[in-house]
Design a protein around this ligand. Structure first.
Ligand SMILES: [Fe+2]
Length: 354
């Protein structure tokens, strides 16, 4: 785990079976780059053990400089193995002119940062290690920032959810179920787990813009007039504007803005067609409609699950993306179980979709 600057030492490990070379390399780097801890090992095997020790003691292996030609483990194999344990590690390979195959393998299998021909120019080597350590730090800082933004987003969403729960418990359960449905659909469609988690996190916000629509329209027991419907349609834009100041994921913005688009292009707001509609919105459209039809509203009764399923399937290729409908069809029993369960219990059950 990344620690704030000053708390964790960055390590450079130099590896060569010739002790004289390794020690002179270590001295040089220590002299030129005093802010880094420079250590040495005389074989690939001991280098791997040393990297593990450094990490266990709270240090961060940032750069590995290794000779290619060593007895036992070759340099490119060491780089590959070291990167398996420390994926952010930067590798520098010291090679002869005939080591082109080893270089290719190190590039392809170990994300080699630089290769330097022997005998190396002192300046070249120091500059390469300095650059690698700087890039390591920058990536660590970006990762820290990314986590902070994610934490802030999560806190904000939790606050919005809590408020929604107080305002309108029924709507709160609706958005929670939509989150469960959307995450299930995403997983069935083969999305990466990070995307499934985003669906689960952000789908509850799909109708956040309804906070800007008058209650007398939203709760009207009868049919809406065309003018009233125009007002309701604005909720997608209002929702996107509400979240404009937050560094919210593009995936989430798309989901809010386009969840009323239709596969056949007859939806709103942008009247997009087919796969031009972002996938997060195509998934949310099915999840939202499914729960809306299953739920009693002031202007309509709840429909039985089988009837709702038939409606969803009949709208494949019209209102909905056929691939999303297919994902629903093959996973129908799970959706039925969620819809039949106690709202608070099943929302909790799906809180962590991993
Ligand atoms: Fe909506």
């Amino acid at each position: 785990m990344y620690r704030i600057d000053g708390m964790a030492e960055r390590y450079v490990l130099c590896v060569d079976d010739e002790a004289i070379i390794t020690e002179s390399l270590k001295r040089e780097l220590r002299h030129e780059l005093p802010h880094l801890r420079v250590e040495a090992a005389y074989s690939g095997e001991t280098a791997l053990s040393l990297l593990a020790e450094i990490s266990q003691d709270g240090g961060e292996p940032a750069v590995l400089v290794t000779d290619e030609r060593m007895p036992g483990m070759k340099g490119h194999i060491l780089l590959r193995e070291a990167r398996k344990a420390f994926p952010r590690l930067y590798g520098i390979l010291l090679t002869g002119y005939s080591d082109i195959d080893a270089i290719a393998q190190a590039v392809n299998e170990a994300g080699l940062f630089r290769y330097i021909h022997k005998p190396w120019e002192r300046r070249d080597l120091v500059m390469s290690v300095r650059r690698a350590a700087e890039l390591y730090d920058r990536e660590a800082e970006l990762e820290l920032l990314r986590r902070k933004v994610e934490e802030l987003n999560t806190a904000l969403i939790a606050a919005l959810e809590n408020q929604a729960r107080d305002w309108d418990p029924d709507s709160f359960c609706h958005v929670q179920r939509v989150a469960c449905y959307a995450a299930l659909l995403g997983r069935k469609l083969g999305l990466a787990e990070a995307e499934v988690r985003k669906l689960y996190t952000y789908a509850p916000l799909h109708d956040i813009g309804k906070a800007g629509i008058p209650h007398e329209i939203l709760d009207k027991p009868g049919r809406l007039t065309p003018e009233e419907f125009e007002v309701v349609k604005r909720h997608v834009e209002i929702g996107t504007n509400l979240l404009k100041s937050i560094d919210i994921d593009e995936f989430a913005k798309d989901l809010i803005l386009y969840h009323h688009e239709r596969w056949d292009g007859k939806g709103y707001l942008a009247e997009m067609v087919g796969a031009r509609i972002p996938l997060s919105a195509r998934i949310t459209a099915v999840a939202d409609s499914l729960d809306a039809m299953l739920t009693k509203r002031p202007y309509k009764d709840a429909l039985p699950f089988d009837e709702v399923a038939r409606e969803i399937e009949a709208d494949s290729g019209k209102r909905f993306d056929p691939a999303v409908v297919e994902a629903f069809r093959t996973e129908k029993d799970s959706f039925r179980q969620i819809s039949a369960g106690d709202a608070s219990r099943h929302c909790g059950k799906f809180r962590d979709p991993a």
